[in-house]
Design a protein around this ligand. Structure first.
Ligand code: ATP
Length: 223
């Protein structure tokens, strides 16, 4: 019998996608022997309704160009196809419907994102669909996760691994380490606006696309 397919999911605004996202996705994919890690740009990020965000098509094009550099990574446009705000719970339901009940899903997110999970739609239900992989993000301490874990009923999992926890649903919550990169999309946009270099913060294909399309030149860059 075929072993169940193991898939990673990394969502984000990706405005633009950068090496912090890509290196983490690549390392987690390798460590967990995932078949594929899907990079999913959020069409209409619920957390950024007050902030200007580049057009979905541009962010998707950047994500596709970056994912094309690794056989492990693939960009998915699903959130652009759904009307309204982009909620992870809907994406996880779509994954289940598409890949069936046996697929093992690993939802990858930074410590900063997990600390705010109680602001996500139906956040308690997320753990019925996927294991969670929490990756470090410079500036965000893991100790801060304790009250969030308590609220969600997440406790130590059976076994020796100190970095693996379990949700009441039985899904695993894994604290994994990846190469720390103090890179943010905000910092990249600020650099472009100030006519400073973004080389070696994003893949070259992403840098060239940003330059060619003239992205992030103005403060109000939303298209
Ligand atoms: P912005 O600066 O516009 O808020 P961002 O750089 O934080 O953007 P997002 O697209 O919001 O990028 O992040 C998507 C996901 O990737 C989140 O789970 C976030 O925690 C994670 N992430 C972002 N940057 C890094 C990084 N440098 N290292 C590890 N994880 C990261």
């Amino acid at each position: 019998m075929e072993p169940p397919v193991r898939l990673g999911i990394l969502g984000g605004t990706f405005d633009p996608i950068h090496l912090g996202h890509l290196r983490s996705a690549e390392e987690i994919g390798e460590k967990l022997t995932l078949t594929q890690v899907y990079l999913i740009p959020s069409a209409s990020p619920p957390h950024k309704t007050d902030t200007p965000v580049s057009r979905f098509e541009q962010r998707l094009a950047l994500t596709r160009a970056a994912a094309g550099q690794s056989p492990l990574l693939e960009a998915l446009d699903w959130e652009g196809k759904r009307p309204g705000l982009s909620y992870s719970i809907e994406t996880l339901k779509e994954f289940r419907a598409m890949f069936g009940p046996d697929a093992e899903l690993f939802f990858i997110l930074g410590t900063d994102a997990f600390l705010e999970i109680d602001t996500w739609k139906a956040y308690r239900d997320l753990f019925a669909y996927a294991h969670f992989v929490i990756i470090p993000r410079p500036g965000f301490e893991r100790q801060g996760l304790t009250p969030v874990f308590e609220d969600l009923g997440i406790g130590p999992a059976q076994g020796k691994d100190e970095a693996v926890y379990a949700a009441p649903s039985g899904k695993k919550i894994m604290l994994m380490s990846t190469t720390l990169m103090d890179i943010s999309a905000t910092g990249i946009r600020d650099r472009v606006r100030a006519s400073r270099s973004i080389r070696f913060l994003v893949p070259e294909v992403v840098r060239i696309y940003i330059e060619k399309e003239g992205l992030y030149q103005d403060y109000e860059y939303a298209g």
